[in-house]
Design a protein around this ligand. Sequence first.
Ligand code: HQG
Length: 181
Amino acid sequence: MTEKENTRISKYLSLVLRHAPEAAGITLDENGWTDVGILLKQLTINGYPVSPAGLDHVVTSNNKQRFIYNEDRTRIRASQGHSVAIDLAYAEREPPAVLYHGTAEAFLSSILETGLDKRSRHHVHLSAEDETARRVGQRHGKPVVLVVDAAQMRVDGYTFFCSANGVWLTEQVPAVYLQRQ
Ligand code: HQG
């Protein structure tokens, strides 16, 4: 498969596995999983024909490892980024002392006033690396990196999860824990 086809299928998978399963005529279970056989059929019907090996390639070559199979590879889900009501059921994890959030300059004054909130997603997304955060911020405009005092948040009782693809997730980050890098 060409790089272009791979990206096209990957973007459609992000759409249907995170936001709009009904667009492809599939359903997600309460933990976000969907049946691989049905997904392959529905992808074809919807103009994204892909073989089982092709889907494997899209999953394994994905630059952010956005999708994951279950153990027997009969089901697949997105590792994070959902807006539909599912529970990823990740266990709580101890975060590094410092995490990073990338955003756009334009959002900064609002964020420093009200803190980071999850907007349309299930969690606020944070990274262990500032470079990753900068790239995330770039998607929205002139990037700004915020340093999150995760150690103090833990002391104050906030909880953190880490997705299968290494994105740190939390409910909210009040402004007091944020500092511009
Ligand atoms: C901002 C990508 C004003 C927040 C990435 C962000 C990530 C506020 C935007 C994943 C705010 C939401 C998620 C407040 C938050 N006032 N703006 N109080 N609180 N914001 O796309 O974190 O490629 O929903 O700073 O790698 O940018 O999709 O979240 O700029 O992991 O796999 O509101 O998406 O992954 O934007 O990105 P998003 P995000 P994928």
